[in-house]
Design a protein around this ligand. Structure first.
Ligand code: CUA
Length: 390
């Protein structure tokens, strides 16, 4: 039981959320399933070894307990025992190695990618940033372009999806516990992985390599949807945001440029590829083209741009989805629009409070030209504009 509890802790079993949203024991895809199988093989083999060794130890302790002052009979060399204790570990190693090596080859994305880096499957570029994930999809309307989104990874259900992992700064690690084990995202390195989701749903992803002060806040969500819904989503992400009609929103859109937001955040999700097909770096911050579409899916609060903890409550409260209705763990009513608004406001006025150390904050102050400090109304206008970017 102790070993089991320790294993559960070490494998990232999330005891906070009742739906085990990050449990590696609740696999929902073939890669994670295979990795869980390897875990159980090694766990049971380890248990057998543990019981055999500890049993033998206890047997010796009690059976050969010293009852007089005499030394026990001394023996030197026993060929049979030496052969046995050489063969036994070899067997244990084979039991562990065979499924592990098979699993390494199974999880390798090489099966879906040819030597030219092409694939018949969906290829998604995953780019790590301190502390958010950028995902770039091939633009179905133009092979020379990519569609960039942040912190929310849509995938078609039942299809293998291949991920090309990279980072613009330090080493991060890509991990969706229910779908596949972690693979590091190393700058200028071409790590790849793949996974597949068996069923539609939302899965939590997490950076699994310590990458700085907000490492723990570096997470994302995987949304697995049927193919037609995925195609529609991708088309929508590729489309331009609607032009503002409301005056406050129009003011916000103008401020987005004047206050310097657009220096780091793109308002178009389209990124051109180099003529040779290579990727170009995007802007520093997450693309906000459809940020408000990332905030609510079936009414569920879900975006790590706007952390899903309630920061008013010390950042601990997680939200859960009960029969399609978002609920707080403490049973309080769920407030979506107002809370989003509030979180976006905090992102603009006090980004340090949401993701300590992030580039929006400089020396703990918002990264906005001090000579051009935003008024309350201007912040409201920016938030109103962002909320229209659905
Ligand atoms: Cu990125 Cu930890």
């Amino acid at each position: 039981a102790l070993l089991g509890a320790l294993a559960a802790l070490l494998t990232g079993c999330n005891v906070v959320t009742p739906d085990h949203s990050q449990s590696t024991f609740d696999t929902l895809g073939p890669v994670a399933e295979n990795q869980l199988f390897i875990f159980w093989v090694i766990f049971w083999a380890g248990l057998v070894v543990f019981i055999a060794v500890e049993g033998a130890l206890l047997y010796m302790v009690f059976k050969f307990k010293r009852r007089d002052d005499l030394d026990p009979k001394q023996t030197h060399g026993n060929t049979r025992i030496e052969i046995a204790w050489t063969i036994a570990p070899v067997i244990v190693l084979i039991v562990a190695a065979v499924p592990t090596i098979q699993g390494i080859f199974y999880a390798d994305a090489g099966r879906y990618v040819d030597n030219n880096g092409q694939s018949n499957e969906l290829l998604v570029d995953v780019i790590g940033h301190q502390w958010w994930f950028e995902f770039r999809y091939p633009n179905p309307n133009n092979p020379g372009e990519q569609i960039a989104v942040a912190n929310e990874l849509y995938v078609p259900v039942g299809e293998p999806v291949v991920f090309l992992l990279d980072s613009v700064d330090v080493i991060h690690s890509f991990w969706v516990p229910k779908l596949a084990g972690k693979v590091d995202m190393i700058p200028n390195n071409d790590n790849k992985m793949w996974f597949q989701a068996y069923a539609p749903g939302e899965f939590f992803g997490q950076c699994a390599e310590f990458c700085g002060v907000s490492h723990a806040n570096m997470r994302f969500k995987v949304v697995a949807v049927p193919r037609p819904e995925f195609d529609a989503w991708l088309q929508h992400q590729a489309s331009a945001a609607p032009l503002p009609s409301d005056p406050l929103v129009a003011e916000g859109k103008e401020l987005f440029r004047d206050a310097g937001c657009s220096g780091c955040h793109a308002e178009s999700s389209i990124i051109k590829l180099r003529p040779d097909g290579g990727r170009i770096p995007g802007r520093t911050g997450p693309n906000l083209t459809h940020i408000a579409s990332r905030l609510n899916h079936l009414g569920v609060y879900r975006n790590s741009d706007v952390p899903f903890e309630d920061h008013a409550n010390g950042g601990r409260q997680l939200y859960v989805n009960v029969d399609g209705i978002p609920q707080r763990l403490d049973g309080q009513p769920f407030v979506s629009e107002a809370m989003l608004q509030n979180n976006l406001k905090t992102w603009i006025s006090d980004p340090e409070a949401l993701k300590p150390g992030n580039l929006m904050a400089r020396d703990g102050e918002p990264y906005i030209d001090p000579a051009n400090e935003l008024t309350e109304r201007e912040i409201d206008a920016l938030v109103a504009y962002l909320l229209t970017l659905k």
